[in-house]
Design a protein around this ligand. Sequence first.
Ligand code: SF4
Length: 701
Amino acid sequence: ESMQADATTTAVCGYCSTGCGLRLHLRDDEAVGLTPETTYPVNLGMACPKGWEALRVLDSEDRATEPLIRTSDGKFALVSWDHALRLFTTRMKGIQRQHGPDSVAFLSTGQIACEEMAFLGALAKFGMGIKHGDGNTRQCMATAATAYKESFGFDSPPFTYDDFEQSDCMVFIGANPCIGHPIMWERVLRNQNNPEIIVIDPRRTESAMSATQHLQIRPKSDLALLYAITNHLIACECVDRKFIDQHTEGFEKLCEHVSGFTPDAVAPMTGISADAIRQTAETIGRRKAVSLWWTMGVNQSYEGTRTAQAIINIALITGNIGRPGTGANSITGQCNAMGSRLWSNTTNLFGHHDFKDSADREKVACSLGIDPECIPTEPSWSYDGIMDGIRRGDIRGLWVIATNPAHSWIHQSEARNLLDRLDFLVVQDMYHNTETARHADLILPAAGWGEKSGTIINSERRYGVLKKVRRAPGKALADFYIFRALASYWGVEEMFSEWSDPESVFRIMQRASEDQPCDITGIEGYEQIDRCGGIQWPWTEADAEGDFQPEQQRRLFADGRFYHDDGRARLVVDDVTPMPEAPDAEYPTLLMTGRGTVSQWHTQTRTSKSPVLRKLYPNEAYIEINPKDAAAMEIANGDQIRAQSRRGSLLATAMVTPTVKPGHAFMPMHYEATNQLTLGHFDPHSRQPSYKDCAVRIERA
Ligand code: SF4
């Protein structure tokens, strides 16, 4: 039978935060193939291998197709949805009755649609009386969100992807867009301004190799380096006094704070010469349109928030914000991390309001048509707080949605022990055999990308539309409809009577967004988002009536007004702190973890299901070590090695390469065992785990 398409439609990709538009080729309303969308303003006809393979991973035999419960012999048995939802309700309510409402928590994700996050957050917190829930966005964006909120007054990445093409100097800090965000990197390569491209990274990454300048700093010396750059910008009067005076707060304190961070003083800490530091500062100072970009190298750090703010400070004091080609720009990780930040109802109340503010609670209650008394007056515990709660026995029931903590959470063996301590663990996922699902008491089979509709928000604040172009396998249901069914089994159906389908929830979100910086009251609906190639927030009713078109690129702060009440951005500084587990005689190597390839995603839950993507990446775990270290340890490229930390050990293949300096090693996060080694420590402000620094010992196996 011919598989020739008879129609096409578009949808955004559901892996990374780039948010590429994909054209789905349909036959009888089912997608039979896809190509990158040529007219979508994000990707302009390009896609990375994960996007190209997005349909393939839906067909895997590992899909969860029916609800499963763990039986007394420890095996899983198929049950009906009715049985599964009754069990969920009886067990979770039973735990709450016995140990209090806060004894049940949820862990969600940046991988589902905004409307699903909104439903989950509202159902759990307002319907089920669950106070504590967090998302895997804690592992990726919490730091950037915290930094923006303190500095700008709202979690507001200011940029648009056009800035990659408009800059004449781009600084990438702890970011490897060449493989992490390859389509954004393509935009960098299109830049016609002969830009200076400076990469600050302890590894010689693919992006560093393509840069005009690579500052290969000692791991976790980024905060000191950024203060030294700031010091020199001030010393050589490369700052924008007018902008500082009119639009910022805290410049005197900043000057005083960085006065000790001279390039000469900081050179030995960072391993970068004072001349190179001065040259970098002067390049930033001289260029007209400087943009600074960061991702996980900064966010996943024990002093990440202050490091992100040191980047923001540089943009502010040089007036590099609000104009084309500028900005202090956090590139998000997951496809809908931004959606989680606005709509998950975890750290912030629905629509980025404040749980502690009674006026905000009233407003949200009114938008949702619920009693304000249903809304908790405190935000949730963060992810690590929930894990601590399990350890203490305060949390006994956990509901995990589209995330895989048994693989991805820092200090893995402890995370797995904690999951086993729970009285009841529910895992809601597309696949029945994730590392976390192996610990579950109940598995709820979920539809995946391509099998459901809704919206997601990319790194440049652009809402894009997901479409249902495939039937989910077996009895798997869209997360949205699982939440809807649970609302009914829990007995709170009435509270959600308006939440009948994703677009109805989008309208509720619009109401709740009114007068927030992320106001989207002017959007007509999914059809308009689709037609315009996505719409960036804010898009207010006033915008809809004005001259600016939704298709136009929009960057924030063009008028120099920030979201604090006085309109001024804050310049935030802090002490540089020592690495919690520095290498020593027993564990002499510093291990960094991170993204290893363009073809795999996170814990490989989906991407490992594509033979093409598997071929593009070694299936066996490997660790990068420097040739000098390898020679000293008599390790050859390809040898089996053992890496051991104070928490665990693993076997891997040695990749002997100068990408890491002597004394350092790098292991991709995609392998199951990687987090056996990592140390459970966190940024104190964002509570984001610090994945990039732990001490290990490496030897031949
Ligand atoms: Fe684009 Fe990211 Fe999807 Fe790749 S994974 S196609 S870069 S959105």
